[in-house]
Ligand binder design. Structure first.
Ligand code: G3H
Ligand code: 13P
Ligand code: ZN
Length: 287
């Protein structure tokens, strides 16, 4: 059932586990994520970026998520990922998102704070949660590309001040995590700065969010959950599962033309990926 993210994350805090926030752009990805959540009896967060909304249509994707979630026993929250456009954030809130991210992480501290405060004022009056980020992740999402060496980590003291000033509900950290499939297919060594996370967790009492979490080892993710991470964002692992399954299927089945048959293996592979992630996050049987 469609549920406010607050309820899902308050339970995760009590149980000391994390909930997956999976990026959804179309019907097939949504079906895979929700099938996995239902099978694993896990709460789940469905998140759409501005790019996903441009691709699928805001009203269309909200209608899909609401209709699909209504049929399920497990709690499903809808979240706007990497929001930059204030007008779009307002639209999402009007249509039923229970959480929005305002990503001012590319701006200097002061401008980031100003922007976040404006969104918090609007969202709080409507009982919607706000996520913000301090620090800058390398890699690319559709709005911004941060080159190698241009990212910087979250400073724990600054994080404390930022959360106090903005009064956000959840806080995204930059601790060596970064976006994109390249980090996985390039077989890079991926290491999270868990000591830094521990310091942030001591100074910041709200739930912490790990973006760019695809490709990190299970141990790294579990270590992050021990140190306060309650939301883990996954997109790239879904993209890789989708693309690998499709490439294989199309190469092996040159005479199949029905899109439903062509897309079926991608759904199967993405569902497996989500089930595995749910196991690692510890949210199985928490739905
Ligand atoms: O940061 C989130 C996503 O991995 C980027 O997705 O291409 O929909 O912005 P996007
Ligand atoms: P990945 O690129 O690691 O999948 O991260 C997704 C993400 O952070 C979405 O906000
Ligand atoms: Zn992200």
């Amino acid at each position: 059932m469609l549920t406010h993210i607050k309820k899902i994350i308050k339970n995760a805090e009590k149980g000391q586990y994390a909930v997956g926030a999976f990026n959804v752009n179309n019907l097939e990805i949504l079906q895979a994520v929700l099938a996995a959540a239902e099978k694993m009896k896990s709460p789940v967060i469905i998140q759409t970026t501005e790019g996903a909304i441009k691709y699928a249509g805001l009203e269309e994707i909200v209608a899909l998520v609401k209709a699909a979630a209504e049929d399920l026993k497990v709690p499903v929250a809808l979240h706007l990922d990497h929001g930059h456009d204030y007008e779009l954030i307002k639209e999402c809130i009007k249509l039923g998102y229970s959480s929005v991210m305002i990503d001012g992480s590319v701006y200097p501290y002061k401008k980031n704070v100003q922007l976040v405060k404006k969104v918090v004022k609007y969202a709080r009056a409507r009982k919607v949660w706000v996520q913000a980020e301090l620090g800058r992740l390398e890699g690319s999402e559709d709005w911004v590309k941060v080159g190698k060496g241009q990212g910087f980590f979250t400073d724990p003291e600054e994080a404390k001040q930022f959360v106090k000033e903005t009064k956000v509900d959840t806080f995204a950290v930059a601790i060596g995590n970064y976006h994109g499939v390249q980090k996985i297919i390039g077989k890079k060594k991926l290491i999270l700065d868990l000591k830094r996370l521990e310091k942030i967790d001591k100074l910041v009492s709200i739930p912490l969010v790990l973006h760019g979490a695809s490709g990190f080892s299970d141990n790294q993710i579990k270590g992050a959950i021990k140190r306060g991470i309650r939301i883990v964002n996954i997109d790239s692992e879904l993209r890789i599962s989708f693309a690998k399954a499709e490439r294989k299927f199309l190469m092996e089945n040159k005479n199949i033309f029905d899109p439903r048959k062509i897309l079926a293996p991608a759904i199967v592979q993405m569902q497996k990926t989500v089930e595995r992630k749910i196991q690692v996050l510890g949210s199985r049987n928490r739905g």
